[in-house]
Each structure stands twice: as C-alpha cells, then as structure tokens.
Design a protein around this ligand. Structure first.
Ligand code: URP
Ligand code: ZN
Ligand code: ZN
Length: 463
C-alpha cells in the first residue's frame, strides 16, 4: 500500500512549507519536492490545500455509563465521526464504577474499541477507587503500556475519589511516571448548591451553571495542584472552562508544579446564553464544568494563543435530546441535576477550531496543529503521532480551506439526535483523512475500514 500526497501546504506545530509526502504501508517514508508517483501508488492532489498531521482528541467518552444512562455513540459511529472531522486518534476515558475492578474495566472498554474503532485510540485509566487491589491492577495496566490515569474530584458517589485516594493515586503515578488527568470541581459544594436550587424550585437547565460556578472549578484546580505539589506527580487538568481556574493552574506552575491545561471546543464557541435558552432547549448545552460567560471564552482564546492552555479536546459525551437529556424535563419532574452532562462534538472540533480560531485570526495555523494534535501526542506518549516527518505514522489530513458548509444533526456521523451547533457555518473541512497510510474519510464521508483502529500503548520499559 503506498500513497503520494502532492503539492500540499504542510503545516506542523513549527513548520509551514509546500512539498509532496510519500507513504509506504503505515509510515511516511519521503517528504520533498516533485516526488514522482511510483507505480501503483494512490495519488492525492493537495494543491491549494493544507496537509496537517492527523488530529488527536485527548478527551472523549464513547462508552460511558453515566447519570442513569449510556452515552449514545459506540466506537463504530464515534470513530467515523472523528475521522470525517479530521481526528485520527482519540483518548477515551475508561470510567469504572467504584465497585468495579480496574483490570476488568480496562478489558471491557478496550474490547469495545477493538471491535469497532476505525481510528487509533488509547485510554486514560479512571481511578475511581484506591485500595490495595486497585493499586495492584493499576500497576499491571501501566506495565501493559497505559500512560495516564484519570481522577474525578466531581461526581462523588459515582466516579469521585476522596482526598486520601487522590493522594495515593498521585503517589503511585509519580512512582510509575504516569500523568494524572483530573476533572476539577469541588463535589461537596456542587451537591450543596444543587440541593438548594432544587428545593427553591430553581430546576431548569439555566440553573446548572449557577450550581457549579467558576469558583467551584477554580477551587478544584487549586486543590488538585496542591496535591500535585505534595506528591511531585505530573498532572493535566481536563476541560478547563474559565479564567480563575486557568490562573490557579498557572500559579501552581510558577511554584514548580508540573501541570498542563486542557480546554474543550464547547467552551471556545458556546457561552452560557445557550444553556439559558427557554423551553428546555438549554439542556442541549448542559455539561460539567458548565459553559461560561463570554469573558471566559475570550480569555480562553487568548490563553490558547499564548500557550498557557496546552490542548483543545472535546469531552465528547453524546446523549440524545429526546429520551436522555429530557430526564430533567418539566414533563418528568423538572430537575437540571438529572440532565445527562455532555455536548457531542468529536466530529466538529477541528472544523470549529479552524473556523473560529484560525479564520478569525485568534490562533495561527501552527498553534492550531499544536493544540489539536502535537501537544497531546507529546504529553501522553503517542510516538509517531502529532507531526509530519519521515518515520512518523502516515496519519494525515488534507484540508480544504475553500469548503463552506453548515453543521447539522441531519448530516452528522455522531449517533445522537441533535447538534449543539445546528446551522453553524464552517469554513473548511478535511477532504481526505488517512490512518496509518489508508484513506479512511473523504469530503465528509467515511470510506474506510471500520476496524482499522489500534490501541496505542507505550512499552513499560519507557518508565
Ligand atoms: O459534562 C461532561 N463533562 N460529561 C462527561 C463526563 C465528564 O465530566 O467528563
Ligand atoms: Zn469531566
Ligand atoms: Zn469528560
């Protein structure tokens, strides 16, 4: 299998040049001007187009038992959606219940991905309980090549850990050289506020944000960073939504704490007015931490542009509007705390970031690649991913900047009955997307091999 991409403008995190790219089997083997098409090679003319490294989503939920229901995508639909939108690798959160064994949970999550992912994948291993048995299993999973843990300060009673468990998880992570990703919101404060609002009859989706205000997340970030400082572990704050939260992490960095910062595409393009829409429409935009006011959005773009924020993921968590989000509908007792949290966006991240970031001059093309691909590959040890160079995996996105179209639930690959971005214009989209040398998507359609995806792990010897 060989593939030649001709005349494209190649953009990496630090380069911008025109050349041809030749791929043999799964790998880029040559980059240069005027590479003559070898016999039998598939040729893609990328004149007038960009060629980006395959984009990497550091934070998705595909299989997720959560809030009394299950997220709607499986790996077949989730990976197709990822690919048509230019994402060639995603890292899924493996989220066992407290009562479940980490080893079995990993086997379950992994079997679901292995059965149907058309793109490459890895996992952040959720630590939702810490005891001797959990520790032993976590050690085994790291020995198999997992490079990150995930902890929740929120969702007490479901995924959330105690401070004691947090401390022990971080100590183990430090010993094993594993980075710990964290959902940072003070669970007790959230629970108290939720109970107060519901008791006062403040039950609509517009109360979701007010039940988990900016300070609740900022406190969670500070708390996590304090524990990182005490253990010397490396951390990564997922889905950071606001200025004080980012600033608390940066303060910790200045004290020498090794912590990185992720934001997710909903926070960059959607503000709290969406969640305040009447007639339960706001439920489409209920996620945690919540979408915030415009000033935080402006801040996040600036922090992305100057490198304070490292990565942009999605936190893809797809729940239908009808039959799932409506668990909190007035017709069913009106309670925003029962609306499954999440906004589907695995398909739209790259195009929205390009349209609202690059086209509006908020980030450069190089920054776009860095925050949506390269930085994640580096942070989570995904060798061969996140760049375009000889020897790298041939994960490539030929991107058409002249494309104009609109997003809609009617045309999306995601298996969910609404789009949070219904009718939004996008300026550009992938015209060809390859996974290790094979074209998997073209012009908005999946055209590839449904089981091409493979689990990415790092050999234990690395540690
Ligand atoms: O609202 C969200 N974020 N849903 C998915 C679960 C999580 O917290 O990441
Ligand atoms: Zn979360
Ligand atoms: Zn998440």
């Amino acid at each position: 299998m060989s593939l030649l991409i001709k005349n494209g403008r190649i953009i990496t995190a630090d380069k911008d040049y025109v050349a041809d790219i030749y791929c043999e089997d799964e790998t880029i083997t040559q980059i240069g001007p005027d590479i003559a098409p070898p016999a039998g090679a598939e040729v893609i003319d990328a004149k007038g187009k960009y060629v980006f490294p395959g984009f990497i989503d550091p934070h998705v939920h595909i299989y997720l038992p959560f809030m009394g229901t299950y997220s709607k995508d499986d790996h077949a639909s989730g990976s197709r959606a990822a690919l048509v939108g230019g994402t060639t690798t995603y890292i899924e959160m493996c989220c066992p219940a407290r009562t479940e064994e980490p080893g079995e949970a990993f086997e379950l999550w992994n079997s679901k991905a292995a059965a149907g992912s058309a793109c490459d994948y890895s996992f952040h291993m959720g630590v939702t309980r810490y005891d001797e048995s959990a520790e032993k299993q976590l050690r085994e999973l790291v020995a198999k090549g997992l490079t990150s843990f995930k902890i929740f300060l929120a969702y007490k009673g479901a995924f959330g850990v105690t401070d004691d468990e947090l401390y022990n998880t971080l100590k183990l992570a430090k010993e094993l050289g594993v980075i710990v990703t964290a959902h940072c919101e003070n669970a007790d404060l959230v629970a108290a506020k939720q109970a107060e609002f519901v008791a006062d009859g403040k039950t609509g989706p517009e109360w979701h944000e007010r039940s988990r205000p900016v300070a609740v997340e900022a406190e969670g970030v500070h708390h996590f960073c304090t524990f990182l400082e005490a253990t010397g572990a490396s951390g990564y704050i997922v889905h950071t939504s606001n200025r004080p939260a980012v600033e608390n992490a940066i303060r910790a960095q200045k004290r020498g704490v090794d912590v990185k910062i992720e934001t997710v595409i909903p926070y960059l393009v959607i503000d709290d007015t969406y969640a305040q829409q009447p007639d339960f429409e706001g439920a489409k935009y209920v996620m945690s931490p919540p979408v915030r006011s415009k000033e935080h959005q402006t801040f996040l773009w600036e922090a992305l542009a100057d490198g304070r924020v490292d990565t942009v993921g999605t936190d893809h968590a797809p729940f239908d509007f009808t039959g799932q989000k409506d668990m909190g509908h007035p017709a069913r007792g009106s309670d925003f705390t029962k609306i499954p949290n999440g906004i589907p966006s695995i398909e739209d991240r790259v195009n929205l970031l390009y349209t609202h970031g690059v086209c509006e001059g908020k980030i450069s093309l190089n920054q776009f690649v860095a925050c949506a691909s390269t930085n994640t590959a580096k942070l989570f040890g995904l060798p061969g991913k996140g760049t375009i160079e000889v020897g790298a995996d041939a994960d490539l996105v030929v991107y058409d900047p002249d494309y104009r179209g609109t997003l809609s639930a009617k045309t999306q690959q995601m298996n969910v009955d609404y789009s949070g971005f219904e009718g939004w214009e996008i300026k550009g989209r992938p015209s060809a997307v390859t996974v290790r040398g094979k074209v998997q998507a073209r012009d908005g359609s999946f055209v590839g091999d449904q089981t091409r995806g493979k689990l990415l792990t790092r050999p234990a010897t690395h540690f």
